[in-house]
Write a protein that binds this ligand. Structure first.
Ligand code: ATP
Ligand code: MG
Ligand code: MG
Ligand code: MG
Length: 463
């Protein structure tokens, strides 16, 4: 067949061709002249293709005039230059075949606008709307750009395990993994003991692939892992999910400055690709979701990111302390409101915060000469706050062991991680970017639940 996508059909160069289009009806409007306009979308782009269906078609009265939003159709005809504004071509149909009806009495996505919150109740249908469709195309683009950027910079894609025995972040936000047999044992009244467990020890869904990625960085040099991560976040916020996708590069012979440069180059490449390859969707976000987004991102690409130490940030925040719900003092972790104040109000763009107190950061971050701070960096952006958290890693065996003891970690559980410091240890660094937070920033969507297909949050795993 001469099946082409709506995206391709809408390009002016296609005029004059006989084609087939397969998609879903967005709207139908019958004209007085005895023909109908049908807007069809197939997901390939934001724009619909306008179909002109003449009244002479055999199924005009029986089927075409009964088409409603959501029906699936296959249409053949000739593409012609369109007299209408905002589109290059329209399809003059010679056949309209209906594959599936969508009862307008029950189909939830009628012309009326629904709130994003309401749309979450139809997570299986919501990508048929303009906004969610655009979000998922941008999400795809960012994922592709991530792979491309790292490959072009000599990083190998590695797969780190989903089931782990170590709590990388030490934040106690892990989901326990249990086999069904065990659960049945418990129901019969048996005590569930670790000894009985499938893995002979307690295991969890990973919160980060970093520790395993470090083993590969210290052999392959530059690697990245990109996969789902899980955190039992106990609060409902607009930027936390229980299941999210994280990309984590890790590079041998990198220090904190190299790490920051990598993060900045990486983000700028992603933003550039979104502007260049998702132009239509980005223009939509600029118009409908966050005015000025396009100019904002263009400016971000052109200017170097600003840097500030955590200590200096605390000074800034203390002066504005009246604006915040949470108290702020040196030694406390920053809340979203603090991060957003710094990036939105104080610098008006991305900000890299460095040198956090060791007391609020995990054991693996490299202790600085002052003994109080670690070589950490977070990238903060307007609208979201933290999108990247990273650091130079502790490569000195004795310091690492001391930090593990302070964190009450059992060295035997991390023997393989410690080995990396015993045999050919090298300075190395890396970071983690939450994919969803990047999508939130690029699109301007305010709730993280609307940038992942099936959001997992407390009390919500329906689909
Ligand atoms: P936050 O302070 O927002 O809780 P974090 O400091 O706990 O984040 P990290 O452990 O530094 O997060 O993880 C690296 C990155 O992963 C973060 O910068 C963020 O982009 C993303 N991330 C962390 N937790 C979540 C989550 N629950 N949902 C979505 N993305 C997350
Ligand atoms: Mg957290
Ligand atoms: Mg944080
Ligand atoms: Mg962090």
């Amino acid at each position: 067949s001469n099946w082409i996508s709506v995206k391709e059909a809408r390009q002016g160069s296609s005029a004059g061709k006989s084609v087939e289009i397969r998609g879903w009806v967005r709207t139908r409007r019958d004209s007085k002249g005895g023909f109908s306009f049908i807007e069809v979308n197939d997901g390939s782009s934001m724009g619909n293709l306008q179909i002109v269906a003449p009244g002479e078609l055999a199924n005009y009265a029986d089927e075409i005039q009964k088409l409603t939003t959501g029906c699936s159709v296959v249409i053949t005809g000739e593409l012609q230059e369109s007299p209408a504004k905002g589109q290059d071509t329209e399809l003059h149909a010679d056949a309209v075949r209906v594959l599936g009806w969508a009862d307008p009495e029950t189909y939830p996505l009628q012309k009326k606008r629904h709130s994003f919150e309401k749309l979450r109740e139809w997570a299986h249908l919501r990508t048929r709307t303009n906004t969610l469709g655009a979000v998922m195309r941008v999400r795809d683009q960012i994922s592709q750009s991530i792979h491309q950027f790292f490959h072009e910079n000599g990083f190998f894609y590695t797969h780190t395990p989903i089931i782990t025995a170590s709590d990388c972040e030490g934040a106690g936000e892990m989901f326990r993994v249990t086999s069904l047999d065990l659960e049945m044992l418990a129901q019969k009244g048996g005590p569930v003991k670790y000894e009985y467990d499938f893995f002979d020890k307690p295991t969890f869904l990973t919160v980060s692939g970093q520790l395993e990625a470090e083993t590969y960085a210290t052999s392959l040099g530059r690697v990245y892992t990109f996969g789902p991560t899980f955190r039992a976040e106990n609060s409902n916020t607009s930027r936390h999910l229980a299941e999210f996708w994280m990309v984590e590069p890790e590079a041998a012979f990198f220090d904190l400055a190299d790490d920051m440069k990598l993060a900045e180059d990486f983000l700028k490449q992603i933003f550039t690709d979104c502007l260049n390859k998702c132009g239509e969707d980005m223009a939509f976000f600029d118009k409908m979701i966050e005015k000025g987004k396009l100019d904002q991102i263009k400016a971000v690409i052109e200017k170097p990111f600003q840097h500030m130490t955590y200590t200096d940030a605390i000074t800034v925040l203390e002066k504005a302390s009246k604006k915040f719900d949470y108290p702020i003092a040196w030694g406390t972790d920053l809340q979203a409101e603090h991060e957003r104040y710094l990036t939105e109000e104080h610098v008006g763009g991305p900000l890299i915060l460095t040198d956090y107190p060791s007391s609020i950061k995990p054991f693996y971050m490299r202790v600085s000469d002052d003994g109080k701070t670690v070589a950490a960096m977070d990238v903060l952006v307007p609208g979201v706050g933290e999108i990247i958290g990273g650091s130079q890693r502790e490569e000195r065996l004795d310091v690492l062991q001391r930090r593990m003891a302070e964190a009450d970690l059992n060295e035997e559980d991390y023997w393989w991680y410690i080995d990396l410091r015993k045999y050919g240890t090298v300075p190395h660094a890396g970071f983690g970017l939450g994919l969803e937070r990047a999508v939130q920033y690029v699109t301007g969507m305010s709730n993280i639940r609307d940038v992942i297909p099936f959001p997992r949050t407390p009390g919500n795993a329906d689909f």
